[in-house]
Design a binder for this molecule. Sequence first.
Ligand code: PGA
Length: 217
Amino acid sequence: MRVFFANLKSHMTPQEGKQWLDSFVLLKLPENKQVIVCPPFTLLTIFKDSGLSLCAQNISPYPQGSYTGEISAGMLKDLAGFVLIGHSERKKYFKETTEDISNKLIQAQNNNLIPLLCISGETEIDSYLNLAREFEKIFILYEPTFAIGTGNPDTPQNASSICEKIKSKLPSCYFLYGGSVSKDNIRQFSEKNCIDGVIVGKNSLDPEHFFEIVKNG
Ligand code: PGA
């Protein structure tokens, strides 16, 4: 497995973010693994100076302009190379719709951000893959709702069979699994050849736990 995203969600003050970073950069990452951190917007500039690859956790469905409180893709393109689109927490708490997700994908594309398009369940596969077809490079992130933050991951077998289904429909995409990934279960996911990487939420808040996941994955 090559790609490891750390989704720090809405957790850290600038000071806590600096502490995370100071601890993480001391750990010797294996050279054949790619680590990408998804910090909150407020930490992007701090993390940028570290040289780590960065992913925004969300973008506005609108372009730059008079949309108070929104962070547009154009504002982000010099800070992050990737963006999460349609995370299930956005759907659950902020009622994000397929139309919002489609508009966010357009904004990402117009600003050269590589999307991680999140699929929360099997029923979303077909409609979401239709949105993804336009992209030269896209990550499809399968994160079943029951697995997020619960300590109850999907089985690697099921994640892998969903990966195969998705890649049979969109062979050019990269596939990520997310939902309660830990240092104790990462090997089982990394044994599945179809899965290109993982995204880690809760267990990335401790830099050493995240490092163990990267090392063992
Ligand atoms: P989790 O979150 O690892 O805490 O389950 C993953 C995510 O939501 O990206």
